[in-house]
Design a protein around this ligand. Structure first.
Ligand SMILES: Cc1cc2nc3c(=O)[nH]c(=O)nc-3n(C[C@H](O)[C@H](O)[C@H](O)COP(=O)(O)OP(=O)(O)OC[C@H]3O[C@@H](n4cnc5c(N)ncnc54)[C@H](O)[C@@H]3O)c2cc1C
Length: 461
């Protein structure tokens, strides 16, 4: 079977692994518009890809199922057992252990390094099985898809046109998926996309000695400027290989702004001051880094929702961010992508590659999961201070009670999200009360902020 995968991201590469490991029956070709992440140049230039992904036991379980893959990934990531929060009163970082079980930890890995580990092990696997075929073509952009004739048109680095036919087309091409766009021409395919009112920037810096290599450090601040609504600013500093820290920061801003910085940051020096005094005390960034951060274009966050993940003839399918884009609030995008891969591979095996059956069953199963995790992501972040406090207290209490009365009290949200055997649909069901309450409260909060701003604008007139 000729399987063509568009996108050599975590989802596309893991699917190639699963198919290659299982059967010599698949001829796999992967195309990616970007260059090979193993080339040093492409790592240095790819600021958009250079963020860190957290993989809990949920994501780890999917990697462990493939021979040799987990050690390769683990070697390139950092084992994180604690979270750190700064206490301004005591002027020091307070750390909390994630779990007392030494086997429970988060693996924090740069997306590029995850792809490199997947690529290297994929090549080793194909060398071990000369009867199995996988071809990876970088710098090849998919431009046109004819779902009826099962034909693709791609453009390579030399601007040459490539044509490719397929038996199964897999759209693993991320949140702005072209494969999904081709589905839009088909009747009955419903797709919604919304931009979050938030953006993010990333910075990589040498890790100072006071920042431990097994701790993720979190910061949060409400930024208020006169005449503007309060802006929720938050971020994390996460250890990386080679004694570095990846600093991610998020704030509220219309996503169509090409340039921008958090409220109150009007020069690179403001970044240096805020970083050292407020957000990450103990971390200093030099002038060049501050300037680069100040000039960096903020990235937007897109949420997508599809009514199904396959085309009508049943020969093309979406996995990962192409199927369900979401914010990184609950750190589940990649882990949900891995779950799609496992579901698709298991169905191909159980249904003996009968694609119309496989793909419709895949949609029936995974659309529910995709919608559940996007709901959890979107509606478990209370904007009102009071509700946010209440939610955190409730989760703390639930964490204690679930340890004392296991079987009687459900573990808190983050503990459930880490457990691979509990589906996202089940978690959304258990948290349905909070989802409804927070959704309602956020709507009220938003309209209160808007009417306050309107009143202030009118009084100034
Ligand atoms: C700041 C941030 C933090 C995150 N943190 C976490 C986390 O902690 N945990 C977690 O699980 N997830 C996290 N995520 C989400 C995670 O990164 C994504 O869910 C994951 O990368 C999805 O993998 P994918 O393979 O589906 O898509 P992608 O990683 O987007 O890969 C898609 C690939 O398709 C290629 N492509 C696109 N269009 C074409 C085309 N036309 N032709 C050829 N190739 C094409 C792209 O070049 C790309 O390589 C985070 C995301 C962000 C932005």
């Amino acid at each position: 079977m000729q399987v063509v995968i568009i996108g050599a991201g975590p989802a596309g590469l893991l699917l190639a692994h699963r198919l290659l490991a299982r059967s010599p029956h698949y001829q796999i070709t992967i195309y990616d518009q970007r260059s090979d992440p193993r080339l040093a140049d492409s790592l240095a230039n790819s600021s958009d890809r250079a963020f860190v992904i957290s993989l809990t036991e949920r994501g780890q379980a999917h990697l462990k199922a493939i021979d040799g893959l987990w050690p390769a990934v683990r070697q390139r990531g950092m084992v994180i057992r604690q979270t750190g929060v700064y206490s301004p009163k005591n002027k020091q970082w307070k750390t909390f252990q994630r779990s007392s079980d030494p086997d429970k930890f988060s693996l924090l890995i740069n997306r590029n390094h995850l792809c490199i580990a997947l690529l290297e092990t994929l090549e080793q696997c194909s060398e071990k099985h000369p009867d199995r075929s996988v071809k990876i073509v970088f710098n090849a952009t998919c431009r046109d898809i004819n779902l009826r004739q099962r034909q693709l048109t791609l453009i390579d680095a030399e601007q040459q046109i490539l044509r490719q036919s397929y038996d199964l087309l897999v759209g693993a091409d991320g949140v702005h998926s072209g494969v999904r766009n081709a589905f839009l021409k088909q009747p009955g395919f419903d797709f919604q996309q919304s931009y979050f009112n938030a953006v993010w920037k990333v910075l990589h810096v040498p890790r100072p000695a006071e920042f431990s290599s097994d701790t993720s450090y979190f910061f949060r601040q409400t930024l208020s400027l006169p005449g503007q609504p309060p802006n929720q600013f938050s971020g994390a500093a996460i250890p990386e290989l080679d004694d570095r820290l990846c600093v991610l920061m998020f704030w509220q801003q219309a996503s169509d702004c090409a340039i921008g910085n958090p409220p109150g940051i009007t020069s690179p020096q403001d970044f240096q001051k805020q970083m050292a005094e407020q957000w990450l005390p103990g971390l200093t960034i030099d002038d060049a880094m501050a300037q680069a951060l100040f000039d960096q274009r903020p990235s937007s966050i897109v949420e997508t929702r599809c009514s199904r993940y396959h085309d009508t003839p049943g020969q093309a399918v979406l996995i990962g961010d192409a199927a369900h884009g979401m914010s990184s609030a609950l750190a589940q995008g990649c882990q949900a992508a891995f779950a799609d891969v496992i579901a698709l591979d298991c169905l191909l095996q159980s249904e003996a590659d009968h694609l119309p059956t496989v793909l419709s069953q895949y949609s029936a199963q995974q659309v529910k999961e995709g919608h559940a995790i996007t709901d959890l992501n979107a509606h478990l972040r209370p904007q009102a201070k009071g509700l946010s406090l209440l939610f955190n207290i409730a989760m703390g209490l639930q964490s204690k009670l679930s340890r004392w009365f296991p079987g009687w009290v459900s573990p808190p949200l983050f503990a459930l999200l880490a457990q691979p055997e509990i589906s996202y649909a089940e978690i959304a069901h258990r948290f349905r009360f909070w989802i409804h309450l927070i959704r309602w409260s956020n709507q009220q909060h938003q309209s209160r902020v808007e009417s306050r701003l309107e009143a202030r604008a009118q009084s100034q007139c």
